[in-house]
Design a protein around this ligand. Structure first.
Ligand code: SUG
Length: 417
């Protein structure tokens, strides 16, 4: 049994487009109506996966959802031909690419039954994301079918909004039961919605059978949400004993840090002060939406988007940090600009699961050869560009469906068709 971190990246779907659907997500708003480049987007995602594999990290993936979403349109009393303009982009959204929102994951050492638990997110706050869960559930039930090791839960009732791992951090040594799970919820966000309800987080902690005294429920700061941090992972990220966060990420950071240090005395908190990097710069550059990973040689690295390197205050702060004596020793940069333009950085694109890769359905795990195969399918079938008016074209609908089927065939995942 080799338990390790496996990152499941969302393969970026052929319908990737910029529809400005996410209130409170500034990139989505700013790029509304732009022409998207689905093929380039998906290839950028694959290059990130290759990059991480080459670092010696375990890599897996989840596949795009069927778009347009016919069953969802039928539930709304319409279909792809008649659908009103107000709903059309939501039926085509490729937003399932952001796998950090697929589910909340508790590793086996934290749970009473010693299994890794996953609860699929209901994503009910945004219409275009609220219909992701059935395809996510089907896929996770397949990938984690081995019930000796995994328990996959359906979403909690949509009464309480839940956005998955983007609002959850697990601190502590990977293999030990002494970990702490931090659930970050929102209460107020100024003009923007808080997307995570505390009752959703509490329900997940109960479903995952966590030790009640090792789960913390922490409120995201109103100013962070109001500045565009629609998920906690836009202003904070954790790995093992390290929490890397913006000074203004949490509503009451003094109490949170005190409690965290009591539960996990070895915790190292790396805080970026607002005087060095403002919330606005943090959100534009996505420096916290990095993958904070432990490399095979034991060093910790941040896998950052290009936009972080291009923001002088951010890059200077990061370079000073690695030159110092802190726990984060390396900065690595990836280009995921197509996803970034919709508010999804390197960390949004992946769902982190700590498990033995041998217990996961091998059709979802990646090696270099499989990534080449996926890239060839994308190169052949993904559209080069989508402008908003293209969503009206029946020939594009057929192209999107055929593209996804070609990928499922290449991966022997036709049962998800
Ligand atoms: O939910 N963007 C996504 C970005 C999700 C990022 N995920 C994490 N932070 N983990 C969202 O806001 C934009 C789609 C559009 O406007 O077409 C969108 O859904």
């Amino acid at each position: 049994m080799t338990i390790r971190e496996i990152n499941f990246d969302g393969i970026i779907g052929p319908s990737h487009n910029y529809a400005g659907l996410s209130l409170g997500n500034l990139a989505s708003f700013t790029n509304k109506g732009q022409v998207s480049h689905p093929k380039a987007a998906a290839l950028q995602g694959l290059t990130k996966m290759r990059h991480n594999l080459e670092l010696g990290l375990a890599q897996a993936f989840v596949v795009p959802h069927p778009r347009p979403d016919h069953p969802w349109l039928a539930e709304l009393g319409t279909d792809v031909e008649q659908v009103p303009a107000s709903l059309r982009p939501a039926a085509f959204s490729a937003s399932a690419m952001w796998a950090a929102n697929a589910a909340t994951v508790s590793p086996a050492p934290d749970t009473a039954d010693g299994r890794c638990h996953l609860t699929v997110a209901n994503l009910r706050t945004m219409a275009h994301r609220s219909h992701e869960w059935p395809a996510t559930l089907a896929q996770l039930r397949l990938a984690f079918a081995d019930e000796r090791h995994f328990a996959v839960h359906a979403p909690i009732p949509a009464t309480f909004a839940d956005e998955g791992a983007a609002n959850h951090m697990r601190l502590g040594a990977s293999h030990e039961a002494s970990g702490v799970e931090v659930f970050v919820y929102g209460q107020r966000g100024g003009a923007f919605p808080a997307r995570q309800h505390v009752e959703a987080s509490r329900a997940i902690a109960r479903l995952h059978k966590l030790q009640p005294d090792r789960a913390l429920f922490v409120c995201q700061s109103e100013e962070a949400i109001a500045a565009g941090a629609f998920h906690n992972d836009v202003v904070a990220v954790a790995n093992e004993n390290v929490l890397f966060a913006h000074e203004q990420a949490f509503e009451n950071k003094v109490d949170f840090y005190t409690e965290l240090k009591r539960l996990l005395p070895e915790v190292q908190i790396v805080e970026v002060p607002a005087s060095a990097v403002s919330l606005d710069e943090a959100i534009k550059s996505y420096l916290f939406n990095a993958q904070l990973v432990t490399l095979p040689d034991g060093a910790m690295a941040l896998i950052l988007p290009e936009e972080a390197r291009e923001t002088p205050s951010v890059w200077k702060w990061l370079e000073d940090m690695v030159a110092g004596n802190g726990p984060i020793r390396k900065l690595l940069v990836v280009d995921v600009r197509q996803s970034m333009a919709n508010g999804g950085g390197p960390a949004c694109l992946r769902l982190r699961v700590v498990a033995d890769p041998a217990t996961v359905d091998p059709r979802f795990t990646a090696d270099a050869a499989k990534i080449d195969r996926i890239a060839a399918t994308i190169d052949q079938h993904w559209p080069d560009r989508i402008a908003p008016e293209d969503l009206l074209r029946p020939d594009l609908w057929a192209e999107l469906e055929n593209a996804r089927l070609a990928l499922l065939r290449a991966l022997q995942l036709e049962e998800l068709a």
